[in-house]
Design a protein. Structure first.
Length: 492
């Protein structure tokens, strides 16, 4: 359900009529509601969730990071908890594109891993540290899930998606929904990956009733993260010459996807489409159930590999899907060349910042003697030249192969890439700038250290530190690295 812009629009009424029909069907467990999709304003997904709840069916509210800071996120969660909205699908969200009098300010104060962490803590009763002592709020009752995109063409992008998925699960994601795609082997891959990692987590496959117009946009990367290959596009081009303009073929394709997802072992499906009607959903479920007995026969029809596309597991030549053996990645070439800047930064870091080594103890003694940090002009100069530093003061350069998520990632992602990268390019600057996470993966892979990106959890920026010396904050344990160091050395 896409709420749309405005408060009394016909499309919104239609959404509610469809919701009522779905509620009466009994086989549909929840209705998903998008949160300012496409980075444009729309009616609040939370509010529409309330309306859906009144119809007697569970809403699954998309909860994105793009338009609200951490306090607004907390406020909205309290409102939802009080209203009985429990199911949330947490995601980064599209980059804001348009709004009143121009493009809005992108917020991205927290990333999805942080939001899941916050929700998990709220479910236990959020601990609030106040001058008078610590208080715990009443526990919340959220069931929060996350998304993952297996439809990535390059090794770095795919591994980074899976690394971030692991962090989402570790921070409380209770179910996973896949991105849009049409390649059966990829659906099988992501299901197998999650079942190997966390067998208890339900996985929901995404099915989109695909018309030619949307396919064309997806094929040219205008709907970030959704992948339609040239082969599928030409099939749709052919289908639209039929009398019904391809309407039946679209629905049958969706039903076949339902069938193979059920056969593979997905725990459910998410059905979507433009102006989707309840009758279409019903057809897909009925037909999909009928076809699911013979689902393996459908697999060859969904061979939509991306050119040179990377898969996590080796191919099973008998089924066209995957074996359970990961591909040997060590001999594969890097996605990006490793620049001189990285080599220099590595050396510089080893000398000054590697905990307890080389010049670290000296620097630490110096900074810990300083009562009040003074101007940090030299540090600022070096970091602006080398890393386009924005002086957040809670520096993540050490965690992301010396790339800055505050200046070089438009969505300020601190725990892994968003789902919008395409062939290694950033969602916001396609064909112009590589995603910093893809660069970080390549830099680290050069030294067999890429798995470092899988493990670290980087907390959100502490804005108390804004425009202060990050070196001072690092050596005196004021920034997020103190938590990482503590986690590395558990209390005896
Ligand atoms: S740099 Fe990567 S993570 Fe950041 S917005 Fe671009 S694609 Fe997304």
């Amino acid at each position: 359900m896409v709420p749309g812009r405005g408060a009394h629009e016909k499309s919104q009424e239609n959404v509610l009529i469809a919701a009522g029909q779905a509620a009466r069907d009994g086989r549909i467990h929840a209705l998903t509601i998008t949160d300012n999709p496409g980075g444009r304003p729309a009616m609040s997904a939370t509010y529409l969730g309330l309306e859906v709840l009144k119809l007697g069916i569970e809403p699954l509210v998309h909860f994105t990071c793009k338009d609200k800071n951490r306090n607004q996120i907390e406020s909205e969660l309290y409102a939802m908890d009080r209203a009985g909205i429990r199911n949330l699908l947490v995601m980064t969200g599209d980059y804001p594109t348009s709004g009143f009098m121009g493009r809005p300010k992108p917020v991205f104060d927290l990333d999805p891993v942080h939001i899941l962490d916050l929700i998990g803590k709220m479910n236990k009763g959020l601990e609030i540290i106040e001058p008078k002592g610590v208080t715990n709020h009443q526990p919340g009752d959220f069931y929060a899930g996350a998304v993952v995109s297996p439809f990535k063409a390059t090794e770095a992008e795919l591994l980074l998606q899976y690394y971030k998925l692991g962090k989402k699960i570790n921070n409380g994601a209770s179910f996973i929904v896949t991105q849009l795609g049409f390649d059966a082997r990829k659906f099988h891959e992501v299901l197998q990956f999650i079942k190997n990692l966390a067998p208890q987590i339900p996985v929901i496959g995404n099915i989109y009733i695909l018309p030619f117009g949307a396919a064309k946009m997806m094929n040219s990367n205008q709907l970030p993260g959704s992948v339609v290959t040239g082969k599928l596009l030409s099939e749709l081009d052919q289908e639209r010459t039929a009398e019904d303009k391809g309407a039946n073929a679209r629905l049958l394709r969706a039903a076949k996807m339902y069938a193979f997802m059920k056969g593979m072992g997905f725990d459910g499906v998410h059905l979507g489409g433009h102006n989707i009607k309840y009758e279409q959903v019903k057809y897909i479920i009925d037909k999909g159930e009928e076809l699911s007995a013979d689902w393996m026969k459908l697999i060859p029809e969904f061979d939509y590999a991306q050119p040179e596309g990377f898969y996590y597991f080796e191919k099973d030549l008998n089924t066209g899907l995957n074996t359970n053996k990961p591909i040997n990645r060590s001999t594969l070439p890097l996605d990006c060349p490793v620049g001189i800047n990285y080599r220099f930064m590595r050396l510089f870091h080893q000398l000054f910042f590697a905990p307890d080594k080389n010049l670290f103890p000296l620097m630490s003694r110096y900074y810990n003697r300083v009562k009040k940090p003074g101007k940090y002009g030299f540090e600022h100069f070096l970091k602006v030249i080398g890393n386009e530093c924005k002086d957040c003061g809670d520096c993540a350069l050490l965690d992301i192969a010396y790339l800055c998520p505050m200046s070089q990632c438009p969505k300020n992602q601190r725990n892994g890439p968003c789902g919008g990268s395409y062939n290694g390019w950033c969602e916001v600057f396609p064909d112009e700038k590589k995603c910093i996470w893809v660069k970080a993966y390549s830099n680290l892979k050069k030294y067999n250290e890429e798995e470092q990106l899988e493990k670290s959890y980087i907390s959100p920026v502490n804005w108390d530190l804004y425009q202060t010396s990050a070196w001072y904050n690092y050596y005196t344990g004021r920034d997020h690295s103190a938590l990482i160091k503590k986690a590395d050395k558990p209390d005896k």
